[in-house]
Design a protein around this ligand. Structure first.
Ligand SMILES: [Zn+2]
Length: 167
């Protein structure tokens, strides 16, 4: 996952990398065990929840898997997954490249959702902006939201940052 500085650097200086560097960079950015994900895992674990992580047997390799509750959680970076919040603004330069890139990511996310749903899994998306940045929620808030969703048995849900106070 790119941190804010990385996204800004890329936005200011679009694609200065060779395709090979770009590929390596993207795979690094998409790596699991990102800081927001680790933060969420620590708090859920402290709240007594137990889960598997990065189960490659499931479509999309969900970040957290709750087998007994037939539920998975993805922690998504707002920029790369096209959240639509202020953290996911398309760069003003090289716009077509980024629009295509983010559109592909979103299409892949939707295909993963369909595959998991078809296999009976429930899906919660926790957006990066809920966990860090100016719209982040408190960790007790996020943790309680996740627990409430797990216990409600809902098929889908998402936790976003609180952008309502900002205009
Ligand atoms: Zn967001």
């Amino acid at each position: 996952m790119a941190d804010d500085e990385e996204v800004l650097r890329i936005a200011r200086n679009p694609d200065p990398l060779t395709p090979e560097q770009r590929r390596r960079n993207m795979s690094r950015i998409r790596a699991h065990d990102t800081q927001p994900e680790m933060l969420l895992r620590q708090h859920l674990h402290a709240a007594g929840l137990r889960y598997r992580i990065h189960d490659r047997r499931l479509a999309g390799t969900p970040d957290l898997v709750f087998p007994g509750r037939k539920a998975v959680i993805f922690v998504h970076g707002c920029f790369w997954h096209g959240h639509g919040c202020p953290k996911s603004v398309t760069p003003a330069t090289n716009t077509a490249f980024w629009v295509e890139k983010i559109t592909r990511n979103r299409q892949r996310d939707e295909a993963v959702d369909r595959a998991l749903r078809a296999a009976g899994w429930r899906i919660l998306t926790v957006w990066e902006c809920a966990l860090r940045g100016r719209a982040r929620r408190t960790m007790p808030q996020v943790t309680q939201g996740v627990i409430a969703w797990l216990e409600a048995g809902l098929a889908e849900g998402e936790v976003s940052g609180d952008w309502s106070a900002m205009s």
